[in-house]
Design a protein around this ligand. Structure first.
Ligand SMILES: *Cc1c(COP(=O)(O)O)cnc(C)c1O
Length: 421
């Protein structure tokens, strides 16, 4: 089939050699998925999920038991007191902005102990001046960078914490930065350290791309809130939109009141028929995440074998589903992305081209052929056209699709004589 689908025997033979060595890694990923599958299943059983929960509510959305029960299921899986899981939360950025804006007041300081946060949060916080930012509302911001080796700067963190420090935002995934992703265990150490200095600091973890990669979540190691997007891991590829905040009742309640209105809170918000997809997607999420993880490990090992620098490297333990590969030239970056695009179930016939995307200081190329627009739990790749010409690659609803996409990326590089096998 692979030959019929455009992969040359040379590419296949090379890739087979790499895959042989990954059995143990894949088994470990499967065992984590098995554990997490049980976790989700147990939560659904505990809350007696039934067909009645899949019906649509409209208008105000009063008495939407499907919505309320889904929030209980999320809270059980994340071991939190409460959760807000809503299609009205457009994306991860909104979920994070909501968690921050509802729990910070004028005069409070927001603190990142792990360096610069994800790009889209710069305007939320006001690192880049922006209308409606937290800065405009009188919330200040402080940051301590990670050390050069990726470690926490304990002294630097201690120095930045003071009387007004109200909330620490901890980003689990590296996003598009060149730093290691934080394991849940390391997040736990960081939270313990912060709380020892000032026990009432709220610790919020940006959990994007991290859900179900490990057996524990940041909420198991002391996070007061975990926040993420439903078009990444926890939506399992089926959620058409949405975001979540799981955590302490008071924090979640504040977020709900900011999302709808004081007095209304979580009581309103029509689910408009998406409940079934949110449940089913959450049910599938551990397996889908495992497939994406296998794809990331496979890509790391293939490209590492070819001599490219990859982050994380081929045998490092994984804490999110993102893989970065330094391709080193614009031609290679474009060829890689064309391969990912050509392998997609949707829009496989289009060729991605670099463009001047607003907010970036260089051209950017993006490849995605997704069922849900912008869904990055589906196989997707992107990268800025500037040195070192790194591609950031993630997702894959099934391991087989992730594998085919990576094979196709290699095929495109091989056909254009950009690599030798
Ligand atoms: C994806 C992501 C976000 C939010 O992104 P959206 O595109 O708004 O969903 C925030 N933080 C990290 C680390 C992310 O990966």
């Amino acid at each position: 089939m692979y030959e019929q689908m455009g992969i040359s025997p040379r590419v296949l033979a090379f890739a087979d050699g790499v895959e042989q060595n990954l059995r143990e890694r894949f088994d470990e990923i499967d065992r984590t998925a098995e554990y997490n599958q049980c976790k989700v299943l147990a939560a659904m059983q505990k809350h007696r999920v039934s067909e009645a929960h899949f019906t649509a509510s409209t208008g105000y959305g009063y008495n939407d038991i499907g919505r309320d029960t889904l929030e209980d299921v999320y809270a059980s899986v994340f071991h939190t007191e409460a959760a807000l899981v809503r299609p009205q939360i457009v994306c991860g950025t909104q979920a994070l902005a909501l968690a921050l804006a509802s729990n910070l007041f004028p005069g409070d300081e927001l603190f990142s102990p792990v360096g610069k946060p994800y790009d889209t949060l710069e305007e939320v916080i006001g690192i880049r001046d922006s209308m409606g930012s937290l800065k405009e509302y009188g919330v200040s911001y402080a940051q301590t960078d990670l050390l050069a080796d990726g470690g926490f700067d304990w002294d630097g963190i201690r120095e930045k914490i003071h009387e007004n420090t109200k909330l620490a935002a901890i980003q689990r995934s590296k996003g598009y930065a060149a730093r290691p992703t934080l394991s849940v265990a390391r997040i736990g150490e960081l939270i313990a350290f912060i709380k020892k200095i000032k026990p009432d600091i709220l610790c919020m973890v940006d959990n994007c791309y991290g859900e179900f990669v490990e057996r524990l979540e940041p909420s198991d190691v002391g996070a007061d809130m975990v926040v993420g997007s439903l078009i990444k891991n926890p939506g399992g590829g089926l959620a058409p939109c949405g975001g979540y905040i799981a955590g302490r009742t008071d924090c979640v309640e504040r977020a709900a009141r900011r999302l709808t209105s004081p007095g209304l809170g979580r009581e309103v918000g029509a689910s408009l028929g998406v409940n079934a997809s949110l449940y089913q997607g959450f049910f599938l999420a551990p397996t889908v995440t495992a497939g994406a993880l296998k794809g990331a490990v496979y890509a790391a090992n293939l490209y590492e074998r070819l001599g490219f620098s990859v982050l994380p490297n081929g045998n490092e333990s994984r804490h999110d589903i993102i893989q970065a590969i330094e391709l080193g030239s614009p031609e290679k970056l474009i060829a890689f992305c064309s391969g990912i695009q050509a392998a997609a179930p949707v829009d496989s016939f289009v060729r991605p081209e670099p463009w001047d995307m607003p907010g970036y200081d260089s051209q950017v190329i993006m490849a995605a052929g997704a069922f849900v627009q912008g869904s990055s739990i589906e196989l997707s790749a992107d990268g800025p056209l500037k040195p070192p010409y790194s591609v950031f690659f993630q997702g894959g609803l099934t391991w087989y699709h992730a594998k085919y996409g990576i094979l196709m990326s290699l095929q495109k590089l091989y056909e254009s004589n950009l690599i030798e096998l």
